[in-house]
Design a protein around this ligand. Structure first.
Ligand SMILES: [Zn+2]
Length: 440
């Protein structure tokens, strides 16, 4: 086998989009637009894994990995270590739906020349395509950022707004709210979900919401985070929204009308409707953070995954003057991606593999991935010498503990203290604050 045969084979595989790779893997396309969330074929879960056909990207929250190529996605789903050549070639072979070229292949001079030419063309084509993709991604990102600014900027600060929803929500969930202007509140923030027959987005719902900014290291607004509120719905005080799934559309069902009774348990079980998340973000989250209170110039920073936990903890310690309070938005943005070799088997949790055999659930490990990009996790000011990380006791403990250890390693600097604070088992700070407030 000459190296060229393999090189061409690999270049061919690199040209395969995430969308085509997803088809080869038999993944589902449940989303109505470009984003397709589902259980990870490798790690399990419910909506841990997703790929985006427009951004040509994939991500697994359970595994703490993601990327922008079909080969990487196939490798993760099929548990192939791309750092080992034969496993990498196997991933290429799955992506191309073609066997790995034979070792003993012989070829004439003419064949070799033709192949070299084809290889050269393929390389040029791949380069041109990735350049075009980068341009359209940048376009798309800028449009989304502008939408995020358009949602956030006209709103009044939660603390002083004539709309009481935000203060009531945080008061009930976190026993108080910050004396800062970062968090804002709107009376009629639109919840977009799905598309109509002409492909236009549908406004499923509109109602009161807290809108928080995502800011980059230069404090520029790069995205926004929206939490819809329904004060009649204890204990989380968030609206109950349902969406029709792709399966539901195929079965000829109609979208769930707002205010109607929830879909039947059987329909939900059959995946014809799904309960929708009532937190959303627009623009860019990656590498940014949500400021809650205080000055980002502070030497002490305090925060975790969600806004509620940050507010509850800030309230509990009396919003220290020397501290900046933040939220990362999600665990992945707090801790960054994991080094593949630090993955480990969950000590207890198991899930069935393709053959129905129970296998331990694999957990993204405590070691940060080598050679990370600066925006693979939230930024932390260089001046910070105490970074207090808040654990979320509500989530799966082993996975969260590994992610927190990874966050600590990722943000470690000489002379910087990074304590991790955990709430009571099975609880989070906002639940503790709410219970303390209610006197339970
Ligand atoms: Zn996974």
């Amino acid at each position: 086998m000459t190296d060229d045969v393999i090189t061409l084979f690999v270049e061919d595989a690199r040209a395969v989009s995430v969308e085509d790779a997803a088809k080869r893997l038999g993944l589902k396309f449940p989303g109505k637009l470009h984003e397709h969330a589902q259980p990870c074929p490798h790690c399990g879960g419910t909506d841990t894994f997703s790929f985006n056909t427009k951004k040509n990207a994939w991500n697994c929250r359970a595994g703490g990995v993601g990327g922008r190529d079909g080969i990487g996605m196939v490798a993760h789903c099929e548990d192939l270590d791309v750092h080992r050549r034969e496993k990498f070639l196997e991933a290429c072979s799955i992506v191309l739906d073609r066997p790995i070229p034979e070792e003993a292949e012989r070829e004439s001079e003419d064949e070799r020349a033709a192949r070299r030419k084809r290889l050269e063309e393929r390389r040029r084509q791949n380069e041109a395509e990735s350049e075009a993709r980068a341009i359209s991604e940048a376009d798309y990102r800028e449009k989304e950022r502008n939408k995020a600014r358009g949602i956030y900027r006209p709103l009044a600060p939660l603390r002083t707004s004539s709309l009481p929803y935000g203060r009531f929500y945080l008061g009930r969930r976190c026993a108080g709210y910050p004396d800062a202007t970062w968090l804002r509140v709107g009376a009629d923030v639109t919840y977009w979900h799905g598309q109509d027959e002409r492909g236009a987005p549908i406004a499923l719902y509109s109602g009161p919401a807290i809108v928080a900014p995502f800011i980059g290291p230069d404090l520029e607004l790069i995205g926004c985070h929206i939490t819809w509120i329904d004060l009649d719905r204890a204990p989380k005080y968030r609206p109950l929204l349902y969406g029709l799934t792709k399966e539901g559309i195929a079965a000829g069902l109609v979208p769930w009308p707002l205010g109607d009774r929830p879909p039947s348990a059987e329909d939900l079980e059959a995946g014809l409707y799904e309960q929708l998340a009532t937190k959303k973000m627009r623009g860019t989250k990656k590498g940014g953070l949500i400021p809650i209170a205080g000055d980002p110039q502070a030497r002490r920073w305090v925060g975790g995954e969600g806004i509620e936990n940050g507010v509850a903890f800030g309230e509990w310690e009396g919003w220290r003057d020397d501290s900046f309070y933040f939220a990362a938005g999600d665990l992945g943005n707090l801790s960054g991606p994991a080094e593949a070799s630090s993955r480990f088997a969950h000590p207890v949790l198991k899930k069935p593999d393709a053959k129905g055999v129970l296998k331990p659930v694999m957990i993204a490990g405590p070691m940060p991935k080598r050679d990370q990009e600066a925006d693979d996790a939230m930024w932390v000011g260089d001046q910070v010498d105490e970074l207090v990380l808040l654990g979320d006791g509500d989530s799966e403990r082993v996975m969260t503990a590994a992610a927190m250890a990874r966050a600590r390693a990722r943000h470690a600097r000489p002379g910087r203290l990074i304590p991790i604070v955990w709430p009571q088992a099975g609880c989070d700070f906002s639940k503790m604050a709410a219970e303390a407030e209610a006197g339970t």
